[in-house]
Design a binder for this molecule. Structure first.
Ligand SMILES: O[C@H]1[C@H](O)[C@@H](O)[C@H](O)[C@@H](O)[C@H]1O
Ligand SMILES: [Fe+2]
Ligand SMILES: [Fe+2]
Length: 271
């Protein structure tokens, strides 16, 4: 059960107010996330010239944010980060998996793009499920009917199954819709974070439900992507099913996660 007393990821309950907002969210998201839009966002955000701050500072910024795309969760994001992290920790408690615990804690930090301090990028460009741009949209994407209004929908070069990509080129070569996943992945990479490849995949593709849950887009994947899919799926169980109204004692957990942050990240990062 989620915060609204219904099953997780139900996107067609026509009656509820929350659902209407989620529907409106995806209408806008699918219409506006064109290939050209994504390129512009990448240019703008990957300069990492917005702020310099620690991982913990970023988590605290998320305290005020409620995700409009999420039909299940009504808690501030920091609670979701800790719940996910603790879910990962109880699934793989051993110290050798501490990277998995920390990944739970940081996976959604890219949502800071929606914060006032970062110029309040609208949520349709920050949250929600992600999908490849520059090629045909798969029916497995949530509310895919709304892609008909995307400027790319009728462009011949983007319409075919592989679009601008070569078959099995690997996801690293595929441009994804713009949002918190790719941004946070790049923040990690460009700041010299030492978390393993599996952690990078989790952060970068955790919202790519058409891939990890609907099994689509294998034609763009290479062997590494297929191997890493295991960890993205292990992670997803905690991202999704740890969402509950149960609040968490932040002070108590701060010590544990701060130790892990110090192990894998520099003290301050460029954002
Ligand atoms: O609504 C949710 C939320 O925005 C998550 O952070 C994202 O990872 C999911 O894919 C999305 O469906
Ligand atoms: Fe997310
Ligand atoms: Fe999440």
């Amino acid at each position: 059960m989620n915060d609204y007393g219904t099953t997780f990821r139900n996107y067609d309950d026509k009656e509820s107010e929350r659902q209407k907002n989620v529907d409106a969210f995806y209408k806008e998201n699918h219409e506006k996330q064109s290939y050209a839009f994504v390129q512009k966002q990448r240019e703008e955000w990957l300069k990492l010239d917005k702020d310099v701050m620690s991982i913990w500072d970023a988590a605290e910024l998320l305290n005020e944010l409620i995700d409009e795309s999420d039909p299940d969760l009504d808690l501030p994001q920091i609670e979701h980060l800790l719940q996910t992290a603790e879910g990962c920790r109880s699934m793989y408690p051993d110290a050798e998996y501490d990277w998995f615990h920390l990944t739970g804690f940081i996976h959604d930090l890219g949502k800071v793009m929606s914060h006032k301090k970062f110029g309040e990028l609208p949520q349709w460009a920050v949250v929600g499920d992600t999908f490849p741009v520059g090629c045909a949209y798969d029916k497995g994407i949530i509310l895919s009917k709304y892609f008909e209004d995307n400027a790319d929908f009728n462009k011949p070069e983007y319409r075919s199954k592989c679009g601008v990509y070569a078959k099995n080129c690997g996801l690293d070569n595929v441009v994804m819709s713009w949002g918190h996943d790719e941004y946070m992945y790049q923040v990690m990479k460009l700041n010299g974070c030492t978390l393993p490849l599996a952690a990078q995949y989790i952060v970068r593709y955790h919202s790519f439900y058409a891939w990890h849950t609907a099994n689509a887009y294998d034609h763009l994947c290479n062997e590494t992507d297929r191997e890493m899919l295991f960890w993205v799926r292990e992670f997803n169980k905690n991202d999704l099913y740890s969402k509950s109204t149960k609040t968490i004692d932040i002070g108590e957990l701060k010590e544990y996660y701060t130790r892990l942050i110090n192990k894998y990240f520099p003290a301050k990062l460029r954002w």
